[in-house]
Design a protein around this ligand. Structure first.
Ligand SMILES: Cc1cc2nc3c(=O)[nH]c(=O)nc-3n(C[C@H](O)[C@H](O)[C@H](O)COP(=O)(O)OP(=O)(O)OC[C@H]3O[C@@H](n4cnc5c(N)ncnc54)[C@H](O)[C@@H]3O)c2cc1C
Length: 500
């Protein structure tokens, strides 16, 4: 198989790229998806209560506003349905190859193209757009004995819906963004729930509400009003940068709100002490919930802060030696962010893989290109997610950049472009400098944002509109180019840019 552009992944990013190609009249592309359905995060995470914590009007493509959201924060099934509808309406479906897991991508320097191996045959492509997702590979903890547990074990990202939790003794490991959503849902159903917490999260009141029919009708009739609301929500979220990067002392205001929320929902001082975070708010993801704390006060719930020592055939033993018998273990233990398996399978100009290039600390120029890896674009790559803003915004910025690069390559008849190493190094030094005093690096917590070497490889170091601004144009002067003409130069006309 041959395609000009191979997009890997059919989540928000991969589909968005496909849609933009279609809008520019480019048909010569495929979307390779390992699963049998599209949607990425919102296909895989079907745990009870799964919901986005960015408002619906913002958590959607800027070019495809949806006036039909039923809640102010979208539920998993509704997001997946939205993505399916977009893929159909914009004509991307015929380009998707389901069941095609990319197992190897290697740059062929002689042929100036990528060679990809999938579980379903090979493919060559001039350009690869890797939209494999930062949170697409569940992370299973290295707890001694976990593999010898006799009961049921599953990760929140691959929820076992056939398994009935009714009346069971259930252990939940982890108290992050997923656990605080599903714990209140399963608590009334299970016999006993032991919640193993390493670090308490900061939890703020959840403002989610149903959207009334009248509001939906209004936005259907007046899309520009919805655009205005979307803009206001975007700038509201953008303001969190003042807390995370500009001056983290401002976090005290939010902490006051978090403590008041905790006090109002947890009357027992001993339980409250266990749930009180000892680090600056924002250092780990701020969570929104009105029913998490109340669930922990129920008689069938125990919050365990004693670290886990080992798992036995039918129980979990903590450091103090206490042994709790359980039937099922649910892992709410997050994702492999810094060692995503795909990093080892992408080989560049010199035969080295991304994993070898990065050695545990992923980096990219503007979060999307890497020296030694020509014609490769990572969507929502290292240091590009915007603190407490929508990841879809980052995706669209990167899509703009990749589209502008394709346009430049066509105009100039270029076969290959590759970011210069000096540009990449200087850029990443400045990212590290700007993140040094951020709440994520200096807020006093251990989080998945930091890799094993302590580098923050997740967040964009500033206001996200700056990422949008910097990706509006393809800065070819920062790239090595191979000017060998592969095809006639083509002019696409003026760029159509996506905005906030
Ligand atoms: C539970 C959860 C809650 C979240 N909540 C929010 C939120 O509130 N706000 C927010 O902004 N973000 C949130 N996120 C982040 C979310 O991942 C992004 O917002 C967005 O959905 C990412 O889209 P994506 O297309 O980049 O990646 P994904 O949605 O992860 O899609 C990647 C796709 O690539 C495919 N793929 C991976 N490897 C291969 C391969 N080798 N071959 C072929 N296909 C492959 C996967 O199967 C998947 O379909 C959340 C994530 C999770 C897990």
């Amino acid at each position: 198989m041959r395609a000009r552009i191979a997009i890997i992944g059919s989540g928000f990013s991969g589909l968005g790229m496909g849609i933009r190609l279609k809008q520019e009249g480019i048909e010569d592309f495929v979307v390779l998806e390992r699963a049998e359905e599209l949607g990425g995060t919102w296909r895989d995470n079907t745990y009870p209560g799964c919901q986005c914590d960015i408002p619906s009007y913002l958590y959607s493509y800027s070019f495809a506003p949806n006036p039909n959201w039923t809640r102010s924060y979208p539920l998993q099934a509704e997001i997946q349905e939205y993505l399916r509808r977009c893929a159909e309406e914009y004509g991307v479906m015929p380009h998707i190859r389901f069941g095609h897991e990319v197992q190897e991508s290697a740059w062929d320097q002689g042929g100036q193209r990528w060679r990809l191996e999938t579980g379903n045959g090979g493919l060559t492509a001039d350009v690869v757009v890797a939209a494999v997702g930062g949170l697409s590979e569940p992370s299973n903890p290295q707890i001694p004995g976990l593999d010898r547990f006799d009961g049921t074990v599953f990760h929140s990202a691959s929820w076992d819906h056939d398994h009935d939790l009714s009346g069971e003794r259930v252990a939940v490991i982890g108290t992050g963004a997923s656990a605080i959503q599903f714990v209140p849902r399963i608590q009334p159903q299970v016999g006993a729930l032991h919640l193993f917490q390493r670090t308490p999260p900061w939890v703020l009141p959840d403002m989610d509400r149903p959207i009334a029919d009248g509001e939906r009708r209004l936005f259907r009739r007046m899309p520009s009003l919805q655009r205005l609301v979307r803009g206001a929500i975007y700038w509201g979220h953008e303001a969190t940068v003042f807390v995370t990067i500009v001056d983290r002392r401002l976090a005290k205001l939010l902490e006051r709100q978090g403590r008041a929320h905790l006090r109002s929902q947890i009357p027992d001082p001993t339980l409250r002490a266990k749930l009180t975070p000892g680090y600056t708010i924002g250092c780990k993801r701020i969570l929104l919930s009105n029913d998490y704390y109340p669930a922990l006060t129920k008689p069938n719930v125990e919050l365990v802060t004693d670290p886990i020592r080992e798992v036995r055939a039918g129980s979990i033993v903590t450091a103090s030696g206490e042994d709790r018998e359980v039937d099922t273990i649910i892992l709410g233990t997050g994702f492999r962010v810094h060692d995503h398996p795909s990093f080892a399978h992408v080989r560049g100009r010199e035969g080295r893989s991304l994993a070898e290039e990065w050695r545990g600390s992923p980096r990219a120029y503007l979060g999307t290109t890497v020296p030694g890896f020509p014609n490769l674009f990572l969507l929502v790559g290292p240091n590009s997610a915007g603190g407490f803003n929508s990841i879809v915004f980052t995706s669209e910025a990167h899509i703009n950049y990749a589209m502008n690069c394709l346009r430049t390559m066509d105009r100039r008849g270029l076969a290959a472009v590759e970011v210069r190493r000096d540009v990449y190094d200087a850029y990443n030094r400045s990212v590290d400098d700007r993140l040094r005093e951020s709440v994520w690096n200096a807020g006093g917590c251990q989080s998945w944002y930091l890799d094993a070497k302590g580098r923050n490889g997740v967040w964009w170091p500033g206001f996200t509109w700056r990422l949008w601004q910097r990706t509006r144009r393809f800065d070819i002067e920062r790239y090595r180019v191979d000017g060998r003409l592969q095809r006639r130069a083509v002019d696409w006309g003026e760029p159509a840019l996506l905005g906030p």
